[in-house]
Ligand binder design. Structure first.
Ligand code: SAM
Length: 284
């Protein structure tokens, strides 16, 4: 048994549980104007980024999150040309989005430039595509960005944010969803990380309700494993102006780029709705 100091632990007292990762060293710690960022070297998960005490990204399992935040929505949209990523400062979602040749422009809008600078230093593989001529990196508040953006100017908005507290709180309310709806073109889709189906059902059901109140005709949640997040089971929720059951399956089967998790079968399976979830949404 090694000393407790060899472990990074994130506790979820309200859910009587915790996650611990064995660490080799703390590599960095700083307080930015927005949040506290820590970087660890772990024994088995590689580098780990933590924001305000919450795990964000590990070398070992970030592919699950980044692939599932991007490829399902991009293969659901009939022709995604312009994509905004709100948050996503580690650049992993940007890298996955830019694997799609049909994407002509991808703008990442993160409030905190330090997240990206530290990702460049400690997670260089995630930042592989930052110099792609189709990529633009902005360091401003995503809430303000959508407020200021012209109507019908984007095909897909991906909200790859921290939890709905602190600077990300305003990314989970009806006013924000209304602005996203206004900025999206016909067939436009908003895809947002929506926390754990095991721990955060009130949040997920409220997202469905207010996304519809904000004008979206359809909402749909997809599920995937994510070891380093609370409960190990995570979700993303889509809100669409068009039909969210569409799937460019032939394109997904023939995808010209490698993935580690996503494929056409995973796409279909990820949208399968567990019984408790179906029942919770029925009550909306
Ligand atoms: N994969 C992570 C998760 O679900 O835990 C999210 C990772 S990403 C690092 C989250 C990013 O959201 C952070 O870099 C943070 O700066 C950004 N963020 C939080 N609130 C924001 C806002 N209002 N506008 C833009 N970015 C925001």
């Amino acid at each position: 048994m090694r000393d407790a100091q060899d472990w990074f632990t994130e506790s979820y007292p309200q859910y009587g549980s915790a996650l611990s990762l064995k660490i080799k060293a703390k590599l960095h710690e700083e307080q930015t104007p927005f949040q506290r960022i820590e970087i660890y070297d772990t024994e088995w998960f590689g580098k780990l980024m933590v924001i305000d005490g919450c795990t964000m990204v590990s070398d070992r399992d970030n592919f699950l999150y980044h692939e599932m935040m991007t490829h399902p929505v991009l293969y659901t949209h009939p022709a995604p040309k312009t994509v905004w990523i709100i948050g996503g400062g580690d650049c992993g979602s940007l890298r996955e989005v830019l694997k799609h040749e049909e994407v002509e422009k991808a703008v990442q809008i993160d409030i905190d430039e330090r997240v990206t600078r530290l990702a460049e230093r400690y997670f260089p593989a995630l930042c592989d595509s930052n110099d792609d001529p189709r990529a633009e990196l902005l360091f401003i508040d995503g809430i303000q960005w959508v407020k200021d953006a012209p109507e019908a100017s984007v095909d897909v908005i991906i909200v790859d944010s921290t939890d709905p507290v602190g600077p990300a709180e305003g990314l989970f309310n009806e006013a924000f969803f209304r602005e996203c709806h206004r900025c999206l073109r016909a067939d436009g889709i908003l895809a947002q990380q929506s926390e754990s189906p095991l721990f955060h059902m009130p949040l997920i059901t409220s997202m469905h309700r207010i996304m519809r109140q904000a004008g979206f005709s359809q909402t749909r949640t997809l599920f995937f494993p994510q070891f380093i997040y609370p409960s190990g089971w995570w979700s993303a929720t889509m809100a669409g102006k068009g039909d969210l059951s569409r799937f460019r399956a032939d394109a997904a089967v023939a995808k010209p780029f490698p993935t580690q998790y996503y494929n056409a079968e995973i796409h279909r399976a990820a949208f399968a709705v567990p019984e408790f979830f179906r029942n919770a949404l029925r009550e909306l």
